[in-house]
Structures are given as C-alpha cells and as structure tokens.
Design a protein around this ligand. Structure first.
Ligand SMILES: *Cc1c(COP(=O)(O)O)cnc(C)c1O
Length: 245
C-alpha cells in the first residue's frame, strides 16, 4: 500500500512551510504504520527512522530534523561530509553505503556505519579506531538475498565472522543490516529479513552488543518491522523520487 500522496511533494519544496508540513504529515502516517507493524510482529522492539537524504539537499536534512528525525543516512562519504558542514550539529549521521578502505579516516564522522561488508574493512576500521583511541559502532552487512550484485557477508559466514570481530576491540558491533532484493515478493522479503535477524542473534550470542537490525526501505519497511527491524532507512517515501540511483 503506497502512502497517500507520498510522491506528491518534490524535495525542492522542503524549505517551504507547505513542503515541511507535508513531510511532517507523511512522517506521522509512517510512524503510525510502524507502530501497527510492530504490534503485528509481536517483538515490541523500538524502531527508529533513519531519513535517507542522499541526492537531496541540506534542506531535506533540516526538514527531517525539524520533523523530529535526528538520524540521517547517506550512502556516499563525500556527499555526507558536504552536508554535515551545513547541518545542525545534533544530527546523527549514518553511513548506509559501501565504505572504501581509503576513506576510513572519515569513519569518525558517522554515528553508525551500517555497511561493514568485508574483513579487510573491519581490520582497517579497527586500526583507525585504535589510532584515535576510540571505538566505532558498526553493523555487519548481510547479503540475505544472495544476489551477486549486493555486498555483505553470506548468512552462513556470520558465525565465523562474529568470532573474528570479538578480537577487534576498536569495533562495537551493535547489530546487522541488510537490503532486500529489489522487487522481491513478500515471502522472499520475509526470508531475507529473517536471515538478518538470525545474523543479529548470532552476533549477540558471540558476545557482541548486537541489538539492532537495520532493514526496511520505502517499499518494504512495514514487513521489515514485522520481522524485527529496529532501524528503517527511508528515502523516497519521505522526500519523493530521486533523479538518480
Ligand atoms: C537509498 C537507500 C535507502 C533508501 O531507499 P528508499 O527506497 O528511497 O527508501 C535505504 N538503504 C540504502 C542502503 C540505500 O542506499
């Protein structure tokens, strides 16, 4: 069920009062739907909305914050950094796209990195954290749909990885993240989301402080919440269609 009017307000209007009111209205409806999905799922988890502002201007970031969303997601480091400089300092920035190892120096700017997708990246982040004498919060990205085009660890590799990550004291592994296959039917979505939930449980059982499951985008967030999502990453449904990617 598409949200009423979800595509009607172009992002360019977000700086205006009408644009903001429309965003606030959509958010209220989304929060209601999340609450209902949470009840259907029965896990009673807390669910946070991450507003995905990629390709949109800093207006979108400011409007999200004003509407009560303090978590924003970007998939590209450079684009995120450009917006951080113009945005409110209280925002929590989430990196939801691939982090290249030569950009680990920028990791410190993010509250949470959703996309830990290789052991080499884990090692590089661990080294950087130790260098800064701090820790980084990360989610293990799970390729739950098995699509070759998607990054992340296979569901079957998470157990071994969990043990490996215990030795990396610079990383706080706070959960798992996944992206469902584009256009997947409900049964496949549920299977993918349930694999991500299992991955989170495997990480927790290995001793990580893994409470989070980041899953669910504009098309599938209600099913993701029913399956236990604690972080939903919403772009299109909040800000309208993107011109690219
Ligand atoms: C773009 C993006 C989203 C948001 O997608 P929408 O369908 O616009 O809600 C969520 N997660 C990731 C990793 C993305 O790259």
């Amino acid at each position: 069920m598409p949200l009423s009017g979800s595509a009607e307000v172009p992002a360019g209007d977000l700086g205006s009062e009408t644009g903001f009111q429309a965003l606030a209205g959509r958010l209220a409806e989304i929060r209601q739907r999340i609450d209902e999905a949470r009840r259907r799922g029965g896990a009673a988890q807390e669910v946070r909305v991450v507003a995905v502002t990629k390709t949109h201007g800093v207006d979108a970031v400011a409007a999200a914050l004003r509407a009560g969303v303090g978590d924003v997601g970007e998939n590209r480091v450079q684009e995120a950094i450009a917006k951080m400089g113009q945005a409110d300092a209280s925002l929590r920035w989430h990196l939801i796209g691939h982090l290249q190892r030569n950009k680990v120096r920028e990791a410190a700017r993010f509250a949470l990195i959703h996309s830990l997708d290789s052991e080499r990246l884990a090692e590089a982040l661990d080294r950087e954290a130790l260098r800064l004498n701090r820790t980084f919060d990360v989610l293990v990205q799970v390729n739950a749909s098995g699509e070759a085009s998607k990054g992340g660890f296979g569901a079957g590799d998470v157990s071994r990885l969990a043990d490996r990550l215990i030795g990396m004291s610079g990383l706080r592994v706070t959960g798992a993240m996944t992206m469902a296959a584009f256009g997947a039917g409900e049964a496949d979505l549920r299977a993918s989301f349930s694999r991500a939930r299992t991955a989170r449980d495997v990480l927790a059982a290995a001793g990580h402080p893994a409470g989070e499951i980041s899953m669910g985008m504009s098309q599938d967030y209600e099913i993701a919440v029913e399956e236990g999502a604690t972080l939903v990453r919403l772009g299109t449904i909040l800000f309208g269609a993107r011109e690219t990617q």
